[in-house]
Design a protein around this ligand. Structure first.
Ligand SMILES: N[C@@H](CCC(=O)N[C@@H](CS)C(=O)NCC(=O)O)C(=O)O
Length: 202
């Protein structure tokens, strides 16, 4: 299988998961502006939506949308327990956090990655992101290390990747110390380090 990615983008969560579950996989980077992959292929043939991630499994099976890839991979490797069992309450909570990250937190960062966004729009986005970080800080303020059952899951990986963008867009985590420690904790994991090195981030 092959993961199409762009360094430090949301595809990093799938990349870290592939490392966590010790999968046999390849990676190929994508220039999402030109839709040309590292090997010169037309990415629109892989993902007509033109964004990463995409997980190529075989010619007639390519999974796109980060949360779908994360759930698919976690279910493929149940021994690593990155997603609780079907019908469990814990699974519902993991999916809740995954959805929140995708539809609320990730979305709030969009202006920072939009070359046409002006400073006022970015200032508004910074305010939105800060409000969401406060909410997350409240979750971690009970001392938990991970979002659900104090056990790592796919929700933590995606949440980590998005919160880590604060370091790229100049949003300080000083006022949300629990989130800061969460980001440090996931960043230190061997799988995260390996994926980040492979993407040229370390
Ligand atoms: N709904 C998609 C959104 C994916 C997405 O926003 N990908 C970004 C990177 S985080 C991307 O490739 N953007 C195109 C670009 O950067 O040009 C998902 O969850 O997978």
């Amino acid at each position: 299988m092959k993961l199409y990615y762009k360094p430090a983008s949301c595809s990093l969560a799938s990349h870290i998961l592939l490392k966590e579950i010790e999968a046999d996989f390849e990676i190929e980077s994508v220039n999402t502006e030109t839709s040309i992959t590292e090997s010169g292929s037309d990415y629109t043939q892989i993902n007509p939506k033109k964004y990463v991630p995409a997980l190529y499994l075989r010619e007639d099976l390519i999974v796109t949308e980060g949360p779908a890839i994360l759930q698919y991979l976690a279910d493929l490797a149940p021994d690593f327990e990155m997603l609780p069992a079907v019908r469990s309450e814990s699974r519902a909570k993991v999916i809740e956090h995954l959805t929140y990250t995708s539809s609320e937190l990730h979305k709030a960062f969009s202006p920072f990655f939009n070359a046409t966004a002006d400073e006022a729009t970015k200032a508004k986005a910074k305010n939105e992101v800060s409000k969401k970080l406060q909410y997350l800080d409240g979750i971690f303020s009970d001392g938990r290390h991970f979002l659900v059952d104090n056990k790592i899951s796919i929700a933590d990986l995606y949440m980590f990747v998005v919160c880590n963008w604060c370091n790229f867009v100049g949003i300080s985590l000083e006022e949300t110390p629990h989130v800061a420690r969460f980001v440090e904790r996931i960043a230190k994991r061997p799988a995260t380090q390996e994926a980040m090195k492979a993407e040229g981030l370390l």
